[in-house]
Write a protein of this length. Structure first.
Length: 606
């Protein structure tokens, strides 16, 4: 295919999957990382370099063996990459020492800007791309943070400019009283402050850049030199990506314009950098339906793992094709290709009739905590298991991932649900262990109001007291019969107001589409919840917009919830139609029996 050798700085799971893609095209890979790095385990025949990707001498040694360098992690030494690309690396040939330039993709300038998150935000601002307002701190002092607070307001997010990932290096500052704790947690690395963003959900777009230069002032460059994968929804727990939905399970069909806007914004942003390759663009969709870029990774990304099974061209294939300037599939009308040329833009699409859910496999409290979920994946229809070759498991460490594909988003969700429950069990075991120091979550959650995972659910059912459960059971049973996943909890408006507020405010971002709230006595719960969320709430009393159904009739509440979900999900809509038809048939049968028997002999069946 190509006789050039590709050098990868970093041999973790991303480098491993990049190597797998290279093997399918007979491409030669050399890796710089530790001796037992995951990527080296599946690439033993080629010469590698043992060492750190921040060590200049090790990077130069890798460059001597390669024709092109790329990265699987952005936290590398960009000074030596600049030297290798601009001046060359010393090589000895026929007894003579010469310098040979080695290409770096994406460009070292891009990696340098992106690895400093404040510089990254400033660069995005210069491109006219929407992102959160941020200010650099003049020093790691309480006064500098207080100055930022006066500029941005509270709450704000205090962040490390460098060496920050998976939530590490972030600390929410809700008020000036949090400043000392935040500074102690983040250490001595340079910091910046970012305006707090209230987001409804997190989305991501993988973008391939196929030309070297930056778009600069060329407003149309992004249309020529970038390709976008579909917009996906990402679910995070403890600031680590847990689930990726492709397409989004929880976004209604009206999101076509929002999808186009997200793809265009991501492509414009990536086009403003230098070099070629794959980029992961993380975005916020705010409560006001605004799109903001959170951050960009100049490499394959966790949110793009699903592309291995769900797209003709995976993110790893795309990266290799881009940096080697190999072709991509042209537009096709066969209904099953991954790349489509449309009036809007070229894009790398899901295969025909495919929906995917990616679930990260994290280590637990025991070395083998993750093994049962792996075994379960092997017997799950449509599931593909990817293990990363890491011999040491620890809580929260990414040991692998599972991608489940089906014909519909809800079909994929149904298949992945048992795996999600197992992953939640592994995590709950960790929480029962003595706590370790963790980076705080990006979302402020009261310690007493942490909810179990309910991302698999579409309907949330809450009651003011467990005495309301008998009233709710018929509705819960109906939702189960309609195959609509629901989350059930207790939140009292009077006794646990903080828990109730957290539940209502977080429901939309966790994928809940409808809330059913039941309360006796003063019956304040439904109205209070409706005041805290933009989601439709079914319950009582009047006042705040609340759909009201008959007293003690949770079946009607469940049916209304199903009808709301059916406005954007044809599968659920068809189940509701069938339920209504069954009810009609039952009434007609009773009417016929009443005609035959007469009212005196007719016995009402309960």
């Amino acid at each position: 295919m190509d006789n050039r050798t590709i050098g990868i700085l970093g041999g973790g799971q991303l480098g491993r999957m990049l190597t797998e893609a290279a093997h399918r095209m007979n491409l030669k890979i050399a890796i710089l990382d530790s001796e037992d790095a995951p990527a080296k385990q599946i690439n033993a025949r080629n010469p590698h370099v043992c060492g750190s990707f921040t060590d200049p001498s090790a990077v130069r040694e890798l460059a001597r063996q390669c024709d092109i360098l790329t990265v699987e992690i952005e936290h590398v030494n960009t000074e030596v990459l600049e030297e290798i690309a601009e001046l060359g690396v010393e090589v000895t040939q026929d007894g003579r020492v010469t310098r040979r330039k080695v290409k770096v993709q994406p460009n070292w300038r891009t990696i340098r800007i992106i690895q400093d998150k404040y510089l990254q935000k400033q660069h995005l601002h210069s491109l006219g791309v929407s992102t959160a307002e941020s200010v650099a701190l003049s020093s790691n002092s309480a006064e500098a943070v207080a100055d930022a607070g006066r500029t941005l307001g509270y709450p704000l997010m205090l962040k490390s400019r460098i060496q920050a990932y998976d939530g590490r290096g972030n600390f929410p500052v809700r008020s000036p009283s949090d400043i000392p704790t935040a500074l102690q947690a983040l250490g001595e690395r340079p910091l910046y402050a970012e305006k707090w963003i209230e987001f409804a959900r997190e989305v991501a777009v993988m973008v391939v850049k196929t030309e070297n230069g930056s778009s600069g002032g060329d407003d149309d460059a992004w249309k020529r030199n970038t390709l976008a994968y579909p917009v996906v929804e990402t679910i995070h727990e403890d600031s680590i990506c847990k689930l990726v939905y492709a397409p989004s399970l929880h976004t209604p069909p009206v999101s076509a314009q929002y999808t186009r806007d997200a793809e265009a914004m991501a492509r414009r942003a990536v086009a403003g950098f230098w070099g070629m390759g794959i980029f992961g663009v993380e975005m916020f969709l705010t409560d006001k339906s605004e799109l903001l870029i959170n951050e960009i990774a100049p490499r394959p990304h966790n949110s793009g793992h699903y592309t291995i099974e769900a797209c003709q061209v995976s993110q790893y294939d795309a990266h290799l094709r881009a940096i080697l300037e190999l072709p991509f599939p042209s537009g096709s009308s066969d209904g099953g290709s991954a790349v489509l040329q449309s009036a809007w833009s070229p894009a790398i699409r899901l295969k025909s009739n495919i929906a995917a859910v990616m679930l990260n496999i994290l280590g637990g409290s025991r070395p083998d905590s993750h093994i049962p979920i792996c075994r379960k994946a092997l017997e799950t229809q449509g599931a593909t298991l990817h293990l990363y070759g890491k011999d040491k498991s620890r809580p929260g460490r990414k040991m692998g991932h599972i991608t489940v594909i089906a014909e519909t988003p809800h079909g994929a969700q149904k298949l992945v649900e048992p795996l999600i429950h197992m992953a939640d069990h592994v995590k709950s075991e960790c929480r029962r262990q003595p706590p370790e120091a963790e980076a705080p979550s990006q979302r402020p959650v009261e310690p007493a109001t942490v909810f179990p995972s309910y991302e698999a659910s579409l309907v949330a059912i809450t009651m003011g007291s467990d005495s309301d459960l008998p009233v709710l059971k018929p509705g819960i049973s109906l939702l189960r019969d309609l195959d609509i996943p629901c989350y059930i909890t207790i939140t009292s408006a009077h006794r646990t107001p903080n828990r109730m507020f957290t539940f209502a405010q977080e429901a939309a971002s966790r994928g809940i589409r409808v809330i059913i709230a039941a309360a006796g006595g003063a019956a304040h719960l439904p109205g209070m919840i409706a005041a805290c969320t933009p989601l439709p709430v079914i319950g009582v009393p009047r006042g705040v917009p609340v759909a009201t159904v008959a007293i003690n009739n949770s079946t009607n509440a469940a049916l209304l919830a199903a009808r709301i979900l059916g406005t954007y999900d044809e599968t659920i809509r068809e189940r509701v139609r069938k339920y209504a038809q069954d009810m009609e048939n039952g009434v007609l049968e009773k009417a016929d029996r009443l005609d035959e028997q007469g009212w005196e002999k007719y016995v009402v069946q309960k």
